[in-house]
Design a protein around this ligand. Structure first.
Ligand SMILES: O=P(O)(O)OC[C@H]1O[C@H](O[C@H]2O[C@H](CO)[C@@H](O)[C@H](O)[C@H]2O)[C@H](O)[C@@H](O)[C@@H]1O
Length: 340
C-alpha cells in the first residue's frame, strides 16, 4: 500500500510545556548564554478590552528586570515603542516597537533618550498619521471599533464590537490599504486589523537585527553554538520570530508560544498564559544565578572572550582594543558616534 506523502510541510500543533519539560530545557541550555526576546500584549501582560489599560504587573516587571540583569533582553511589540516603554519602564532593555520597525537600545537611566538603532521604514509615521485620521473617521459609526496610532503602523480594534460589525471593520482596513497599495499592507492580530508599511521587515527580522547588534561574539567571544535565543509570543506576528529561530540549530534557539489551546505554530515550547511566562522567566534567572547558564556577569568574570572587568566586577571594564564590557554603554556610545 502506498503511503501518501504530504505536499505541504507539516506545522507543529502540540508544543511541550516549557515548564513541564524544564529539565530537558535546562540540559540544552547548560553552559550557554541566553538571549531573551519578549512580545508585550498577551505575553507579559494579560489581554484586556481597553488597549490603553494593558498594564503589566509589578511581579512581571520584577521578573523581566531580573532576567535583563543576567541576559541580553528585548521587547518586540506591535505597539509604538514609546507606548510599550511607558508600560514596561525598564531602561536597561532593548525595545523594538511597531512590529520591529522602530528599534532602540538600552539606556543607563530614565532621563536619557533611547538611542535609535534601526528604522527600516522611516517614511511610515507621516503616512500613518493620514491612515490613522482616515480610519478613525471611517469607523466612527461602527459601535465598539477603536483605532490606535502605533507610529509606524495603525491598529484597528474590533474586540469590543458585536460580531456583526467585524466585517465592516475589516472593510475599513481594506479600503485604507487599497488607497495606497504600493506602500501599505494589511495584517491581523488578536481581534485587531493592522495597516503596516509594505516593507520586508517583521519581528523575526528585528530579532536577527538585535542579535547582530548585541554582537556577543565580539563582545564576549561566544561562538554561535554557545548562545541560545528564546522568543516568547502569543500572536500571528510572533510567528515570524518563531520561524527565524527555526533557522538556527534547535539547541541554539526556541520559540515559546503563549496559548491555552494547541495551535499550529513554529514555536518549540508552549506556556499557557502570562502567569506561566512569569514562572518560566524566573526559572531562567535561577539557571544563571545557580551557574547552570552563563550570564552577562559570568561572561566577563570568567574571562570569556577578550574582555576583562565588567558589571560583575564593578562594571565598565574594557579590553585591549578599548571595547567596553558593558553592552549598554557601548551601544549608546557607538550610536552617538563617540569613540569607545
Ligand atoms: O506585539 P504585541 O505587543 O502583542 O502587540 C500587538 C497588539 O497588541 C495590542 O492589542 C492586543 O492587546 C489589547 C490589550 O490587551 C487587546 O485589547 C487587543 O484586542 C489585542 O489585539 C495593542 O493594542 C495593539 O496596538 C498591538 O498591535
Amino acid at each position: 500500500m502506498l503511503i501518501p506523502v504530504p505536499l505541504i510541510p507539516l506545522i507543529q500543533t502540540h508544543h511541550p510545556s516549557a515548564i513541564e519539560s524544564f529539565d530537558r530545557f535546562r540540559a540544552v541550555a547548560q553552559g550557554k548564554l541566553l538571549t531573551v526576546f519578549l512580545d508585550y500584549d498577551g505575553t507579559i501582560s494579560d489581554i484586556v478590552s481597553n488597549p490603553d489599560k494593558a498594564y503589566m504587573t509589578d511581579e512581571m516587571r520584577d521578573a523581566v528586570s531580573r532576567v535583563a540583569s543576567l541576559y541580553p533582553t528585548a521587547i518586540i511589540s506591535g505597539r509604538s515603542r514609546e507606548k510599550v516603554y511607558d508600560f514596561v519602564r525598564l531602561p536597561q532593555l532593548y525595545y523594538a516597537g511597531s512590529h520591529g520597525l522602530d528599534i532602540v537600545g538600552p539606556k543607563h537611566d530614565d532621563d536619557e533618550d533611547h538611542v535609535e538603532l534601526h528604522q527600516p521604514a522611516p517614511w511610515a509615521p507621516a503616512v500613518m498619521d493620514r491612515v490613522y485620521r482616515w480610519c478613525k473617521e471611517a469607523v466612527s459609526d461602527i459601535p465598539g471599533a477603536n483605532v490606535e496610532h502605533n507610529k509606524f503602523c495603525v491598529s484597528v480594534h474590533y474586540r469590543n464590537c458585536e460580531q456583526k460589525w467585524w466585517g465592516a471593520v475589516q472593510d475599513v482596513v481594506h479600503r485604507a490599504v487599497a488607497a495606497d497599495p504600493k506602500r501599505l499592507k494589511k495584517a491581523e492580530g488578536r481581534k485587531v486589523f493592522e495597516v503596516k508599511p509594505r516593507v520586508a521587515w517583521d519581528k523575526g527580522k528585528a530579532l536577527s537585527f538585535l542579535l547582530g547588534e548585541l554582537d556577543l561574539h565580539r563582545r564576549y567571544g561566544y561562538a554561535q553554538g554557545e548562545i541560545m535565543s528564546l522568543y516568547f509570543g502569543d500572536d500571528h506576528t510572533d510567528e515570524d520570530a518563531f520561524h527565524e529561530l527555526r533557522e538556527v540549530p534547535k539547541e541554539c534557539g526556541a520559540g515559546v508560544i503563549v496559548s491555552t489551546v494547541p495551535k499550529p505554530s513554529n514555536a518549540r515550547f508552549s506556556v499557557r498564559d502570562p502567569g506561566e511566562v512569569l514562572v518560566f522567566l524566573n526559572k531562567l534567572a535561577d539557571l544563571a544565578e545557580s551557574g547552570v547558564t552563563k550570564s552577562l556577569c559570568t561572561s566577563v568574570a570568567s574571562g570569556k572572550g577578550r574582555l576583562t572587568g565588567g558589571r560583575g566586577e564593578g562594571g565598565g571594564g574594557s579590553d585591549s582594543s578599548g571595547h567596553s564590557s558593558d553592552p549598554v554603554a557601548e551601544t549608546n556610545r557607538g550610536r552617538r558616534g563617540e569613540a569607545a
